[in-house]
Design a protein around this ligand. Sequence first.
Ligand SMILES: *Cc1c(COP(=O)(O)O)cnc(C)c1O
Length: 412
Amino acid sequence: MINRQLPQHAPLTQFAVHDDCLQIGGMLLTRLAQRVGSTPFYAYDRQKITERVALLRQHLPPEILLHYAVKANPMPAVVQLLAGLTDGLDVASAGEMKIALDTGIDPGKISFAGPGKKAYELQSAIAAGAVLNVESQQELKTIAQQGAAMDITPAVAIRVNPDFELKAAGMKMGGGAKPFGIDAEQIPGVLREISSLNLDFVGFHIFSGSQNLNAAAIQQAQEQSIQLAIELARHAPSPVRLLNIGGGFGVPYFPGEQPLDIAAVGDHLRILMQQVRRQLPEAAVALELGRYLVAEAGIYVCRVLERKLSRGQVFLITDGGMHHHLAASGNFGQVIRKNYPVLIGNKVHGHEREIVSVTGPLCTPLDVLAEQLSMAKASAGDLVVVLQSGAYGLSASPVAFLGHPEPAEVLV
Ligand SMILES: *Cc1c(COP(=O)(O)O)cnc(C)c1O
């Protein structure tokens, strides 16, 4: 029995259901499982990714540039798709930059952020002609030296560690003491230094946090980021051409969470853009989004190996688990473990329902995909689906842990 007092998952209707079987990429999940040939696997729906970009374009001011943060899902086919749909790719390692460059995107539309960039990564980005988001004064000097040695003027944006935080964010990445970016109060001095170095100053990067479902908090962070950029621009050696105000748009993962009101974010941004046009007339404003573009378009699929009863509780033991999907197991930044939306893909509604826990093949109590969740009654051979799995899935998981095979990934 479902306890009505407990918060429920927001209704997730992005995938059609046919004959009680989930459809992804226009295919029945059972057929896709046969096509992939083995479980577990991740499947990403290209139509859903395309629709998500269209939804953003519909609600955001038309002049806003949309960048994809490759970290969320670096599968090359996904990055290739998004290279064609968005206005730029944001990377945070030489490995991600290689995937971005392989799409054939104009290298000037690639931004390379992240602390601790190694000398070979900087050299490679300068040679490629990517924009370097500078995270420290030491990095700035190294970039200038490497550019001089290569006879290239590197394009740099300064990542600012703002003097405010993104309220209600799942993960704060700006404000206070942080390893990311240069503290706002040091920026005027850094900008003076840039004018004496052989660097092409492009603009600012201000990323305050991630996984935010609160439109008002995002509106406030965007307003503060734009204010800060306008202030700092007074010290810049040349006009700001690119202002990356971060993203942080969240998706509902857990019971009680509701989708972000993207129309409200767009309406407020339209007002803010009037000020940008007046005060920073040469600046293009970019949003960098990861999970918002891909999370809801992806599923993780594993198969029930055994239905086991232990002291009155049902466990579905599957061939998939935390080694493939750390986030769904609750071990990727969660303080209290909460369930992702999980269902039986070939029995979405089912004839009978029961409260079960879904676990994996790893010999550790951490290997849990769902705990005491209501699902269709399942048995060996049925397909367990973890929804909201298109971001921070495989690439954020400890695949080597316990030596099981890696899952397949398909874009359908
Ligand atoms: C991780 C990251 C993102 C993407 O965050 P999402 O929550 O996936 O949208 C964007 N920008 C920077 C700088 C990041 O580190």
